[in-house]
Write a protein that binds this ligand. Structure first.
Ligand SMILES: [Ca+2]
Length: 147
């Protein structure tokens, strides 16, 4: 097993052991403009209601300093596979393109150490690679730390 796979496995175990903020909402965060604010340092469990549903999340870096963002996505139940995209909107209004994470074992996606300047907003987008059921839960984790 490669070192990166071991690191991801350890991080996912840590992710699954953190107290969670479990809730399920349909038809929320369907556009970037309606993105849902992250619950920082907590697991967030949600569903996609159908194959066309997407969930957008956001975080505004109002900390006054540049930060590093790390986030994970894992499927909690079912056999569906979802993917995670990321984009950054800088304080001058310029936005990056939407970029997607690789998919790892068990449908896990992650971004680590994404540089987010002070005043920028980071967005994450969850959408289905293979939608199976609205009872398939995914788990998101988001945190940020100093540079
Ligand atoms: Ca949605």
């Amino acid at each position: 097993m490669k070192l990166k796979q071991i690191c991801i496995a350890v991080l996912i175990i840590a992710l699954l052991s953190i107290p969670q903020s479990a809730f399920a909402l349909r038809n929320v965060g369907d556009t970037q403009a309606d993105a849902v604010y992250f619950a920082i340092d907590q697991n967030t469990d949600l569903i996609l209601s159908d194959s066309a549903d997407v969930d957008w999340f956001k975080w505004d870096n109002f900390t006054g300093e540049d930060r590093r963002v790390t986030t994970f996505l894992a499927m909690l139940s079912g056999t569906g596979i979802y993917k995670m995209g990321i984009k950054i909107k800088y304080s001058n209004g310029i936005e990056s393109s939407l970029m997607y994470s690789d998919l790892y074992m068990f449908g896990i996606s992650s971004f680590s150490n994404i540089y987010v300047p002070a005043g920028a907003t980071i967005y994450l987008k969850i959408d289905a690679v293979n939608f199976v059921s609205m009872y398939d839960y995914y788990r998101m984790f988001f945190t940020h730390s100093s540079i």
